[in-house]
Design a protein around this ligand. Structure first.
Ligand SMILES: Cc1ncc(COP(=O)(O)O)c(C=O)c1O
Length: 394
């Protein structure tokens, strides 16, 4: 068939685009929303987002800007004042000195991954991803003609890779490692000297280290370290979505070695022109709302403590006490070998929406569920009650 006749039929995307799987959590959310709109009493534990709005200081700043400012395009790398503020935050929080010229403001960390992968990698390169992990890493890599190289981690190792994994990764010819600590879906972290060991192993093996620090600020025991404390070459991805409670504003940032800034600027100019102006202004305000954010975090801590007590009693005994983020990753292998069907039935019969582990781990995910506890405390209690009653009947 000629190209022309094909054009009259359905579009035929690139093979690499056809290989993209759905982001299952978004599909579960769609189904939960449809049920809610139909009058069912749904509790959302599927999507990883705070139940709270942006901090008041962020919203007020945005309201003033809406009334008084033009809100045109900004520079592709972001508003200079926001780049400066983020650089200052990195110093306040971690004690690392990062100049604003290394900060790139992005449309959510999601855009940051695309920019980082395109800036660092060549077509066909493989990139190491600990599994279970955030599913979009795999899909973004595939969409860009790159290859996810999954590294199987274990609960005993807090679902984190080891220095030996990194040596194997290098031997297999991969270009780098993407690490999230706290991790999604498990909430576990590279504790103690672990992050330093991993960062040093990447430097030794000349692998890029991309550190997804989107759940920083949400730790319940030891504070998270930035990879930049251990490697100047690390690329940090972060976002206002989680700790700052601003998912829908679509705003995040990268910290990159200065030599990469211009490459990323050229990409950002062409791909996105600039991050949303209103969200950048709101993000500047968010830094004045840290007390409110700590208050929200203490709610997560109470939800986490309650669920770590209630869920094992309900029959979900195998859950690591997650160190951070707002997720629990529960072993459901005594109930099912099909986490998607299990989650679907649970939603239908209890109204509690959760995400099947298969979204995060294509090999072992059928034995797990991810539960997000960022919701209101009374909802989380009610969810625990419904899950317990339902599991008893399985
Ligand atoms: C580990 C991780 N990284 C990145 C993202 C993307 O977030 P955003 O694009 O809102 O910054 C998410 C969203 O859930 C996530 O869990």
């Amino acid at each position: 068939m000629s190209d022309k006749s094909e054009r009259h039929g359905l579009p035929r995307p690139l093979a690499q685009t056809r290989a993209i799987d759905p982001f299952i959590v978004m599909d579960v959310m769609g189904e939960a929303n449809r049920r809610e709109a139909g009058g069912e009493d749904i509790i959302h534990m599927e999507v990883g987002q705070p139940a709270t709005p942006a901090p008041r200081a962020a919203r007020e700043r945005a309201q003033r800007a809406l009334a008084a400012e033009r809100l045109g395009y900004t520079e592709a790398l972001g508003l200079p004042a926001l780049r400066e503020r983020i650089a200052g935050y990195m110093t306040e929080r971690y004690g690392v000195r990062v100049g604003p010229e290394r900060v790139v403001v992005t449309a959510g960390s999601s855009a940051g991954f695309v920019l980082a992968f395109l800036a660092l990698l060549e077509h066909g390169d493989a990139f190491g991803l600990p599994s279970p992990g955030y599913p979009c890493y795999r899909q973004i890599l595939k969409a860009l003609g790159l290859r996810p190289h999954l590294i199987e981690t274990s609960g005993q190792g807090r679902w984190m890779p080891t220095a030996a994994d990194i040596e194997r990764l290098a031997a297999d010819g991969a270009a780098g490692l993407l690490l999230a600590s706290p991790n999604n879906p498990t909430g576990t972290m590279a504790l103690g000297p672990r992050l330093a060991e991993l960062a040093q192993a990447c430097e030794r093996q000349k692998l890029w280290l991309i550190s997804d620090e989107i759940y920083h600020g949400l730790e319940y025991d030891a504070p998270a370290e930035t990879a930049l404390q251990h490697s100047e070459a690390a690329i940090v991805v972060n976002s206002f979505s989680k700790y700052f409670s601003m998912t829908g504003w679509r705003i995040g940032w990268l910290v990159v070695p200065e030599a990469l800034t211009r490459t990323i600027e050229r990409l950002a100019q062409n791909l996105y022109i600039s991050p949303p102006a209103i969200s950048q202004i709101a993000a500047l305000g968010a830094f004045d709302g840290l007390d409110e954010l700590e208050e929200i975090k203490s709610r997560y801590a109470r939800n986490r403590a309650m669920l770590l007590e209630e869920l094992p009693r309900a029959g979900l005994e195998s859950i690591l006490p997650a160190d951070g983020a707002f997720y629990l990753y529960a072993d459901i292998s005594r109930y099912t070998g099909d986490s998607a069907a299990f989650a679907k039935t649970m939603l239908r019969e209890t109204g509690v929406a959760v995400t099947p582990g298969i979204d995060f781990d294509p090999d072992r995910g059928n034995s797990y569920l991810r539960l997000c506890y960022a919701g209101a405390e009374h909802d989380m209690r009610e969810a625990a009650r419904r899950i317990a009653a339902w599991l008893k009947a399985q």
